[in-house]
Design a protein around this ligand. Structure first.
Ligand code: BG6
Length: 512
């Protein structure tokens, strides 16, 4: 028999109570590349939303570093406009005023020693004036070719070292290299300056509520996991479809393409979370161990020509609007071979998944914006019903709706009311909006807070990044040597070859 807790001891309070808000301690954030799109649309609004939710310390400070001739006030105005336009939570003057007192701007080039000296004095001044305690995260929202310069400058100017009472962390945006070799090189450069545990690589998909829910769905319940294997699952489809084109991102996108842009990171992370074994705990180390195991077991089919497809959108109509083809977009080389659509078939060589294909696809200018993971189950081994009665019966499926209509759907057959035994597919839905009153924080809110708290659970480790390139490199090399992407009309669901790829396996893509 367990004895009752001693008087005055509250086991609930003594264990870490998950209901208490996680609030960052004294700290500041330095953003390199602060004039970029990501900073304006995601980072600045996320900082404000965190402040608005009371999750930042009162002296929190934000330092922008960029090649602009700005004063602190100009920077504050830019943040103000970004927050007004993109923040998730309402604008509150008192929150804004307190936050804006901690804004500083350091003008300079990444190679400019003087600018880094100014950065150091700015951080010291903030420690004194705002109580940041020497704790700073450096967010590298810059093209990867600048990573080495920035981290080496941080080292040279004595800004990168954590001490016994203060921390320094590096936050690195994708793309983390463009193949395995370049990713390894970058990892080496970064690790010469920062300890691996102080490096936070952003994959913003891991910050999404619905993605974190994959592990809750699988491992907090009993009814799914017994079926989650080769004995019951026919195949898995992971789709990340976007209706937008490349917008103003020609400089980044051309030559990179859809597979490097999102399969190497977001989609392979979704695959890893869907296919991994149960981790021993939910801490970063245990999660990485399991994700890495499954990524290492991913095998490419031998014939890449018939099991991968790449496409490029051509002129078409989307939502009633006429849109340009990729090759006509501003800043794109008119002979570009860059893929704006990619579909690949992967296999996982382990006891749980051997023989179960994982089909991944992504594309720009597709029919609509949707990201989902569909676990499609095998057909019943025997059906006592007439085939004419089950014509509208597909395969059972469990669909994790990552976005935009967040939730989970289960599809199964049900008798149609009436005098005959007709069976048709129906769905059972869980929708976040109906079950929870809280709205989901933006991925960047969650991830920035985690950086400030030093919580690495939702950040891929360098081994995962490298393993993902190991999977993608042969595909990219094959595509490089063989032909061009297949054209597909904007607003459709991608090239015909992608449908044929599944049809050869006797399957078809879901039309979400
Ligand atoms: C980014 C890609 O990582 O994810 C973009 O670089 C893509 O090309 C974006 O548009 C999509 O993010 P989300 O959160 O809107 O699905």
């Amino acid at each position: 028999m367990t004895s009752p807790p001693a008087h005055g001891v509250n086991p609930l309070r003594d264990a870490q109570d998950r209901r208490l808000p996680r609030i960052a301690g004294p700290s500041g954030l330095v953003i390199f590349g602060v004039t970029g799109d990501l900073s304006r649309k995601k980072l600045m609004p996320a900082v404000y939303d965190l402040a608005n939710r009371g999750l930042l310390p009162p002296g929190f400070s934000l330092v922008g570093f960029a090649r602009r001739d700005w004063e602190d006030e100009d920077f504050a105005q830019v943040v103000h406009d970004a927050v007004k336009e993109h923040a998730r939570t309402p604008f509150r003057e008192e929150v804004w005023q307190q936050l804006a007192e901690g804004f500083r701007f350091v003008p300079g080039e990444f190679s400019d020693d003087e600018a880094f000296d100014t950065l150091r004095t700015t951080m010291e001044e903030l420690d004194k004036a705002r109580g940041t305690g020497g704790n700073f995260a450096f967010y590298l929202s810059v093209p990867p070719k600048f990573f080495p310069t920035v981290v080496q400058q941080l080292k040279k100017h004595g800004l990168s070292d954590s001490t016994a009472d203060s921390w320094r962390r590096a936050v690195i945006e994708k793309p983390f290299g463009h193949n395995l070799a370049s990713a390894q090189e970058l990892n080496q450069v970064v690790h010469q300056v920062f300890r691996p545990s102080d490096v936070f690589r952003i994959d913003h998909y891991l910050g999404k509520e619905t993605v974190q829910n994959i592990l809750a769905l699988r491992f907090a319940n009993t009814m799914f996991e017994p079926l989650w294997n080769r004995s019951y699952v026919d195949h898995v489809q992971i789709t990340m479809a976007e209706d937008i084109g490349i917008g103003g991102r020609a400089g980044y996108y051309d030559g990179i393409g859809s597979a490097r842009d999102v399969i190497q990171n977001h989609l392979l992370q979704l695959l890893a979370l869907t296919a991994m074994e149960e981790p021993a705990s939910f801490d970063a180390k245990a999660l990485v161990t399991e994700k890495l195991k499954v990524l290492k077991a991913v095998k490419l089919p031998p014939d890449l020509g018939s099991h991968t497809v790449r496409g490029q959108y051509t002129h078409g109509w989307q939502g009633g609007e006429e849109v340009l083809g990729y090759l006509e977009e501003e800043g794109i080389n008119p002979r570009s071979k860059t893929d704006t659509y990619a579909a690949v078939k992967l296999e996982i060589d382990n006891r749980r998944w051997a023989g179960v294909p994982f089909y991944l696809r992504t594309g720009k200018r597709l029919g609509r914006r949707v990201t989902e993971i569909a676990v499609v189950f095998q057909r019943a081994p025997y059906s006592p019903f007439d085939t004419t009665d089950t014509q509208e019966l597909g395969q059972n499926a469990l669909v994790i709706r990552v976005q935009p209509d967040e939730g989970v759907t289960i599809r199964f057959g049900s008798k149609v009311p009436g005098t005959s035994m007709e069976i048709r597919d129906v769905t059972m839905d869980f929708a976040y909006g109906e079950s929870f009153t809280e709205s989901s924080p933006e991925a960047y809110e969650r991830l920035l807070l985690d950086v400030l708290l030093g919580d690495a659970n939702l950040f891929p480790r360098h081994q995962e990044v490298e393993e993902s390139w190991r999977i993608l490199d042969p595909i990219e090399e094959y595509w490089d040597k063989n032909g061009r992407p297949e054209p597909y009309t904007a607003g459709t669901w991608g090239p015909r070859a992608a449908d044929e790829m599944l049809a050869r396996d006797g399957r078809s893509w879901r039309r979400p």
